[in-house]
Design a binder for this molecule. Structure first.
Ligand code: SF4
Ligand code: ZN
Length: 261
């Protein structure tokens, strides 16, 4: 998953998953020449980011990991709360996910990271697989997996998910036992998302039929190479507006920005 690298960007939110990831990667790579850089993005959600960022700053300082922070406000001129206020029809997560991915990719390219590691776990992946199935979004499934993306391009930094096969519960237990977990504040928008419904439903199902989440992910991985092969033909363009990487003429971030502007 990681291969030969000099620099890994670690997407950090100050939550238990990404902080556990940073803790483990730091343990592995501290004695080597590989440099880790924590990348944190402040979306501008009142009462949510500050406590988690304070914890992350402290954690990085104590572990000797460089931390770089970015914000929606600085990159796009607006906080997520301002955007939510302007567009009440769209759930905030739609903007949040697209803008976050754009910042992460651009900043990872800027710092010369070979890979970007994210704290996605088995629960996240099982939810994403089902959400894509329910919405008939096959293309979105093709970019899932432990290593994201379908085509190599110098415009994209590959995202990897080292915690891919671990459940949320396992990570929470590890974080707790290793003293990583602090008080973690949940995003107030989380209850609005489609993912939230799928998460509750899947947890209920797992309780009745243990192993369901693992089975969803394993059977998905059996078909993933075919999916990736099928979508390999798509080209990566430079967005006509911002110059960033995009599978279409105009990238999704610019489409969304135009909507709110
Ligand atoms: Fe962003 Fe939605 Fe996650 Fe909140 S729940 S951080 S709005 S994606
Ligand atoms: Zn663009």
């Amino acid at each position: 998953m990681i291969g030969r690298v000099d620099k890994i960007g670690v997407a950090c939110s100050g939550g238990k998953d990404s902080t556990t990831l940073l803790y483990v990667l730091n343990k592995i790579f501290k004695p080597t020449k590989v440099k880790l850089i924590a990348l944190a993005i402040d979306e501008g959600i009142e009462g949510y980011r500050d406590p988690n960022f304070d914890f992350l700053k402290k954690f990085c300082k104590e572990s000797g990991v460089e931390l770089k922070t970015y914000s929606f406000k600085k990159e796009f001129g607006k906080n997520l709360d301002d955007i939510t206020e302007k567009d009440k029809e769209t759930i905030p997560c739609t903007y949040c996910g697209v803008f976050r991915r754009k910042i992460l990719n651009e900043k990872a390219l800027e710092i010369g990271a070979d890979k970007v590691a994210t704290g996605h776990n088995l629960d996240d992946e099982a939810q994403s697989i089902l959400m894509n199935q329910f919405r008939k979004n096959v293309r979105a499934s093709a970019i899932l997996g432990p290593v994201t993306g379908v085509v190599d391009s110098e415009k994209f930094v590959r995202r990897i998910k080292p915690l891919y096969f671990l459940t949320e519960k396992e990570i929470a237990t590890f974080a707790y036992l290793n003293g990583i977990m602090d008080k973690f504040v949940e995003c107030p928008n989380a209850i609005l998302g489609y993912r939230n419904v799928v998460r509750d439903w899947l947890n209920e199902f797992e309780k009745k039929f243990p192993g369901t989440k693992h089975n969803i992910v394993s059977s998905f991985l059996a078909t993933l190479p075919l999916l990736k092969e099928n979508y390999k033909k798509g080209e990566i363009h430079s967005c006509r507006k911002c110059g960033g990487a995009s599978s279409k003429e105009i990238c999704q971030a610019c489409v969304l920005l135009e909507r709110i502007n």
